[in-house]
Design a binder for this molecule. Structure first.
Ligand code: UD1
Length: 420
């Protein structure tokens, strides 16, 4: 890619990756055919589809209509193999539904990944409270229950997205009432609650810090449209701000991006809300903005690299504090290759804005780091080559064609050896 173009035009975001993957897992809870709509054409959806097939489902990903149709049999396999879990950590979201449906679930342990250690302790402790036993054998977490799970009172030490989902999906068919306190409140959690309720689950407190679940005997399959992807929408918003451009983002919910859009306004952008999205216009060099990542409704960690990219060309210095994933700053080394001035101290990054970055070959280490590097490349002088784009494919559908439509000079080339 060659930096310098002012991006202008419209994009439409699809359903959220972080919702769709969990909705696909939730489909396991009901025998029959579940249809999910507004599904992005990304690698992670393919991996999840493959996992569900190995569990015995028939899965059809219809790209034209952006839907996934999942036929769930009466009897499921209960093992999620390492070769899939290592490719996509989110595979562990089948743990709760498999335990609920089969009374046993063998899920490969994901191990470390590029953004930190990411434990499973709260998932496991929650399942144990619901009456399961859990052992770690040969790299697999094996959870099992003697008969039906039972309701319990569970308090999460931290509002973990994954642990909330695992416990919720196990509790919806448990015997009796489960109260889960200090749960994550991300829009993707609300989305899965809404789908489960449509399937017949009884859940109170949706969107609050406490979920009360009254277990039901069985759930029915449904058709459900996934919530729009706030992180993709937020990435486009930053693309407008960093390139001093003008981008209209359709199918986005501004309410889900309030802090991020407010930060862009502080940076100097004009943000206007539309019926089905928003528009971000930037006329000048952005001003530096401080960021502190926190669980929703705090600033999303999944937009942190994009905002570091923005700050790297902003007027002034910004302090960025990362509270969720310790290794999320690793990508800063790559940003440094483009000339960014970022100093890391523990979970703080001090970003001193530079008038100009300079294009170079860089390596995308995870999905959001990749997005941050693309944004930086859009404004770097000269040519930037981003390797490891398969990471970006995991979360962003059709990014390159969209960027070209908006005026970016970018192309995708296939190389046999991705090492620069
Ligand atoms: C999800 C999102 C990810 C997003 C993150 C936070 C998906 C597929 N991924 O990840 O994009 O960045 O939410 O919004 O939806 N933790 C423990 N023990 C546990 C569970 C979590 O220590 O049992 C820690 C993790 O190490 C991490 C923090 O809690 O430091 C947050 O993790 P969590 O909210 O669970 O994120 P994920 O569900 O993994």
């Amino acid at each position: 890619m060659v930096g310098g173009a002012r991006l202008q035009g419209e994009v439409r975001v699809t359903g959220a990756k972080n919702s769709v993957l969990k909705l696909m897992a939730a489909a396991l809870l009901a025998e029959g055919t579940t249809t999910l709509l507004d599904v992005p054409d990304i690698l992670d959806v393919e991996i999840m589809a493959e996992l569900l097939r190995r569990l015995g489902c028939v899965v059809e990903h219809q790209r034209q209509s952006q839907s996934v149709v999942i036929s769930v049999p009466a009897t499921l396999e209960h093992r999620a193999d390492y070769d899939l879990v290592r490719r996509m950590r989110a595979s562990i979201c089948v743990l709760g539904p498999l335990l609920a449906r089969c009374g046993v679930a063998d899920v490969a342990l994901p191990g470390g990944d590029n953004i930190g250690s990411r434990g499973l302790d709260m998932h496991v402790e929650g399942l144990i409270r619901l009456g399961a036993t859990a052992v770690n054998e040969h790299g697999y977490l094996i959870a099992s229950s003697n008969g039906r799970l039972h309701g319990a009172s569970i308090y999460l030490d931290f509002p973990s997205v994954g642990a909330t989902e695992t416990i919720l999906m196990a509790a919806v068919t448990a015997q009796g009432e489960t109260v889960i306190d200090n749960v994550a409140r991300e829009p993707e959690i609300v989305d899965i609650c809404q789908m489960l309720i449509a399937m017949g689950a009884r859940i109170d407190g949706v969107g609050s810090s406490t979920l009360t679940v009254l277990g039901v005997d069985a759930l029915e399959p449904v058709t459900h449209r996934a919530v729009p992807d706030r992180i993709v929408a937020g990435t486009w918003a930053v693309a407008a701000a960093i390139t001093q451009g003008d981008i209209t983002v359709r199918n986005a919910l501004t309410g889900h991006l309030q802090i991020a859009l407010e930060k862009l306004q502080i940076a100097g952008a004009e943000v206007s809300e539309l019926d089905d999205g928003f528009r971000v216009v930037m006329h000048d060099r952005p001003r530096a903005v401080d960021i502190i990542t926190l669980p929703y409704p705090g600033f999303p960690t999944d937009l942190q690299p994009q905002f570091i990219a923005l700050n790297s060309v902003a007027d002034g210095a910004a302090l960025v504090t990362e509270n969720l994933f310790e290794a999320r700053f690793r990508f800063v080394q790559e940003l440094g290759r483009l000339g960014a001035d970022v100093r890391i101290d523990g979970h703080h990054a001090l970003v001193r804005g530079r008038p100009q970055l300079s294009g170079a070959p860089v390596d995308a280490t995870d999905i959001r780091a990749g997005a941050g590097l693309v944004l930086a490349g859009l404004v770097a002088e000269g040519e930037t080559t981003i390797y490891g784009v398969s990471h970006i494919d995991r979360g962003y559908a059709g990014l390159v064609p969209d960027l070209i439509r908006l005026g970016a000079q970018i192309s995708r080339v296939f190389v046999t050896n991705e090492n620069p």
